[in-house]
Design a protein around this ligand. Structure first.
Ligand code: ZN
Length: 195
């Protein structure tokens, strides 16, 4: 297997659905996109342990981007900027969730019996839908676990998402080092200006 390039993203390690959204981020106001090409797809698949299972080809990239658009609409509302999700953090309207439901239609869970006992396996008519489907299914798991902990970074100039696994559920930033301190610095600046 050829070595993949290092993962350039500022935030990694979130659950698969949110890690897919985190393939887009802002650097000095410009949108960066790891899934611009199949090389970037290879990096993303490897980061999520999916590289042995799915090829980083053009069809997989196309379907994975469709899944990313669908998840983005469900989590943040439609791309036209109007608000989608409700203030309490639950999923948006039916138009916003239809895309994820469509992606889910491209795969299914097959129950299995193995030597180790009961199991299940994801099956796809078209394997190119595999990574996007797994991300959509992971979104269902997050919704079942704690929909209010699916968050977007509170910094207005940040598009990253995370699943808040802190004990008190008070995480607001993608990272304290990046956005948390930026917000603190601008509050400090505002106070200094008022004084
Ligand atoms: Zn952030």
């Amino acid at each position: 297997m050829s070595a993949t390039a290092p993962d350039p993203r500022p935030l990694t390690g979130e659950p698969l659905a949110l890690d897919l959204l985190n393939t887009r981020w802002l650097r000095e106001g410009a949108v960066q996109d790891l899934l611009r090409d199949t090389d970037g797809l290879a990096v993303w698949l490897a980061a999520n342990g999916l590289d042995g299972r799915f090829p980083a080809d053009a069809a997989t990239l196309r379907h994975t981007l469709r899944a990313r658009d669908a998840l983005g609409a469900a989590v943040d509302g439609p791309a036209d900027g109007t608000a989608g999700g409700t203030a309490d953090g639950t999923a948006g309207g039916t138009a916003d969730i239809a895309g994820v439901d469509t992606v889910l239609g491209h795969g299914r869970i097959r129950p299995t019996l193995t030597a180790e006992g009961p199991g299940e396996r994801a099956e796809f008519r078209d394997e190119a839908w595999g990574p996007g489907w797994l991300a959509a299914r992971n979104y269902l798991e997050l919704l079942s676990a704690a929909p209010d902990r699916i968050r977007r970074c509170a910094h207005e100039a940040c598009v990253l998402h995370f699943f808040d696994s802190s004990r008190n559920g008070t995480r607001r930033w993608c990272s304290m080092a990046a956005c948390g301190n930026r917000a603190k610095a601008s509050r400090h600046y505002a106070r200094a200006k008022d004084a």
